[in-house]
Ligand binder design. Structure first.
Ligand code: NAD
Length: 262
C-alpha cells in the first residue's frame, strides 16, 4: 500500500511545497487549509486534484479548522480510512501577529497558541494509535528559527513555536519504542507568496530597492543573505520521513542561513 501523509495548512506556501515534495516521492496526501467560502474550497480542491494527476497519487482535501479539535479528529480519521494508513504527519499550519505585549490583542494570542501549538497536540494524538499499531510513524513539525530564538513584538508566535519544540522532544521519547520519530524543521525566511508581498510593502515603506530591503530589512539575521525555497524544506521532509532517518528524533533542524549559529 502506498504511504500517506497529512499536511496541515497545505493550500499555500511551505505546506504546499511539502505536499509537492511528498507527492513527488509517491505519498498519498491529505491537503488541509482554511476555506472561508465556496470559492476558496473549490480552489483548494483543485490544488489537490492537480497534485493527484501530476504525481499519480491519491489526494484528499479537508477544510478542518486547526482551532477546532473535533474537525482535526475527523480529518485524521478520514485520511486513515481512505488511505488505509497515515505514515507521516506534517504540522505546518501557522499564523503570526506582531505587536508589543501591552497592546497584544488577547484573541490573537489565543488563536496563535491554538493553531501553532495546540493543533499539533490534537493531530499527533489522533494519528498516534495507528502509527503505534503499525510500528512506524514520522511526525514533522514546521516550527521556525523563532522556536530557538526570540524577536521583540512576537510574544505569542515565539511562545507557540518554543512550545512545539517541547512537544517535539516529548513525542520523540514516547514514540521511540514504537518506530515513531518526531522532529522539527526551523526555517528562517522562506520565499512564499506571503513573504513576496512583504518585500513589496517594505520597498514602499523604506523607499528602498528590492535587494536593499532583502539584505538590510528582512535577512539581517541570516548569515547567508538569501531565502530558503519551499522545495528545499520539502526535500528535508522527504528525508525525515524515510527509513534512513530512523535514528533522527527529537531534534530541531534549522534551515535559516546561519541565523541561529549566532
Ligand atoms: P501561509 O500563510 O502561506 O500558509 C498557511 C497555511 O495555514 C494556509 O494553508 C492556511 O490556509 C493554513 N491555515 C491558517 N490558519 C488555519 C486554520 N485555523 N486551520 C487550518 N489551516 C489554517 O504560511 P507559510 O509561510 O507557508 O508558513 C507555514 C508554516 O511555516 C507556519 O507554521 C509558519 O509559522 C512557518 N514558518 C514560515 C516562515 C516563512 O518565512 N514563510 C518562516 C518560519 C516558519
Amino acid at each position: 500500500m502506498a504511504k500517506a501523509a497529512i499536511i496541515t495548512g497545505s493550500t499555500s506556501g511551505i505546506g504546499l511545497g511539502m505536499a509537492e515534495s511528498l507527492a513527488g516521492a509517491g505519498y498519498n496526501i491529505m491537503f488541509n487549509g482554511l476555506a472561508r467560502d465556496e470559492k476558496e474550497k473549490n480552489a483548494a480542491e483543485e490544488v489537490a486534484k492537480k497534485t493527484a494527476e501530476r504525481y499519480e497519487v491519491k489526494t484528499l482535501f479537508s477544510p478542518a479548522n486547526m482551532m477546532k479539535p473535533e474537525e482535526i479528529r475527523e480529518m485524521c480519521a478520514w485520511a486513515e480510512k481512505d488511505f488505509g494508513q497515515v505514515d507521516v504527519l506534517v504540522n505546518n499550519a501557522g499564523i503570526q501577529h506582531v505587536s508589543p505585549i501591552d497592546e497584544f490583542p488577547e484573541e490573537k494570542w489565543d488563536a496563535i497558541i491554538a493553531i501553532n501549538l495546540t493543533a499539533a497536540f490534537h493531530t499527533s494524538k489522533a494519528v498516534w494509535k495507528g502509527m503505534k499499531s503499525r510500528g512506524f510513524g514520522r511526525i514533522i513539525n514546521l516550527t521556525s528559527a523563532h522556536a530557538l530564538r526570540a524577536s521583540e513584538f512576537k510574544s505569542a508566535y515565539v511562545s507557540s513555536k518554543h512550545g512545539v519544540t517541547g512537544l517535539t522532544k516529548t513525542l520523540a521519547l514516547e514514540g521511540a519504542p514504537h518506530g515513531i520519530t518526531c522532529n522539527a524543521i526551523c526555517p528562517g525566511y522562506v520565499m512564499t507568496p506571503l513573504v513576496q508581498n512583504q518585500i513589496e510593502d517594505q520597498m514602499k515603506a523604506h523607499n528602498m530597492e528590492r535587494d536593499e530591503v532583502v539584505e538590510k530589512v528582512m535577512l539581517y539575521k541570516h548569515a547567508i543573505k538569501d531565502f530558503a525555497q519551499v522545495h528545499e524544506l520539502g526535500a528535508l521532509a522527504v528525508f525525515l520521513a524515510s527509513d534512513e532517518a530512523k535514528m533522527i528524533t527529537g531534534v530541531s533542524i534549522p534551515v535559516d542561513g546561519g541565523w541561529t549559529a549566532r
